[in-house]
Design a protein around this ligand. Sequence first.
Ligand code: MG
Length: 260
Amino acid sequence: MIELRTPAEIEAMRPAGRFVAETLATLRAETKVGTNLLTIDKRAHEMIRRAGAESCYIDYHPSFGASPFGKVICTSVNDAVLHGLPFDYTLRDGDLVSLDFAVSVDGWVADSAVSFVVGTPRDEDLQLIDTTQRALDAAIAAAVVGGRVGDISHAIAEVSRGGGYEINTDFGGHGVGRIMHGDPHIPNDGKPGRGYPLRAGLVVALEPWLLQTTDELITDPDGWTLRSADGSRGAHSEHTVALTADGPIILTDRSFLGVD
Ligand code: MG
């Protein structure tokens, strides 16, 4: 079922969005060559506790998950792109890191992800990250009242294919509200003018993700982490966005913190 939020409810979702933005900005700044993935999770856990927020991940146990997730952030490194379960790994020079973070504050969820390189980046990794971010920007620009879900999907796919990447539609965007995953599903490829009409009050997580040279995923033995089938690297960009008559509001926007 698709739920539309009132302007007052969208205002009430802002603290969750701001907390997710601040946490990702902080974790990104602290994550360097030599940082352990378990340290990132521990820091996120501390920030959640201090803010009185609630993790959407720690007890998360969908049908495809082997067991409850048990951590509060997804850390996907290099060939891992989605649902990366933090483990005892120390980041090396040139590693491509994706952090995906969702919490609820005052009963409202916000969900966002960012990809970046620690240490010296490779050109092809910067290109992948840039294309994924531009796909998200295009998705947000297409998230306008009067349009259709397919307009968002198409915008993501145009930028992704334009960058020379293939698209996997197994995982995509979703409604966000009292829970992390709601309707509508927003595939990362689709036809403009098709699908659910975009109405004022719709709040969605838009999340393009791309792999360098494949569109096939494999599940890690940990039961969670999704990796590229060919070992090539992945990137993931996500924001929670509220559609209003005045245009989209990026609830998890980090730009007020001076970071992208
Ligand atoms: Mg997310």
